[in-house]
Design a protein around this ligand. Structure first.
Ligand code: FES
Length: 163
């Protein structure tokens, strides 16, 4: 499988930031581009294509893709809600946050709503501990969460995008 021309161009632009023998430095960004183009998730073929394009062993790409929670190795919904359940968030109520999201979205963690709009995940520390409890959706962090705040966030999203 080949990467699209669009993705190759973006990776090439990113590679300009590094010495030519440091292509490994572009793995995170390359996976991000590829994932974005593939409806938010990575297939084995796409990871292999990234490895081939960057002339790296496949394992160098797999270890990155499987280590970071921002990469998804199975199909996900349009919006992925990553709830931090690490220590600061846990002490600040992340269990209640996860339970509320499960109830509201009618799914368990690692599941996607029937309409394909939301996927719910629990992740490790999002480095926003002072604002615990926290979740990340897309590029945005939502902080000091409460069930009421979550309802407002999701209501507004539904209103804004007809989501
Ligand atoms: S523990 Fe949740 S952001 Fe650090």
């Amino acid at each position: 499988m080949n990467l699209s021309e669009h993705t190759r161009k973006k990776i090439d632009e990113w590679l300009l930031r590094y010495p030519t023998d440091q292509k490994r430095s572009a793995v995170l960004q390359a996976l991000h581009y590829v994932q974005e183009e593939n409806k938010g998730w990575l297939t084995e073929e796409l990871m292999d294509a990234v490895a081939e394009y960057l002339q790296l062993p496949r394992i160098a790409v797999y270890e990155v893709a499987t280590f970071y929670s921002m990469y998804y190795l199975a199909p996900v919904g349009k919006h992925v809600i990553n709830v931090c359940t690490n220590i600061s968030c846990m002490l600040s109520g992340s269990t209640e946050i996860v339970e509320h999201l499960k109830k509201r979205l009618k799914i368990s963690t690692n599941e996607t709503t029937a309409d394909g709009k939301f996927t719910l995940k629990e992740v490790e520390c999002l480095a926003a501990c002072a604002a615990a409890p926290v979740f990340q959706m897309g590029k945005k962090y939502y902080e000091h969460l409460t069930p009421e705040k979550i309802d407002k966030i999701l209501d507004e999203l539904e209103k804004k995008n007809g989501e």
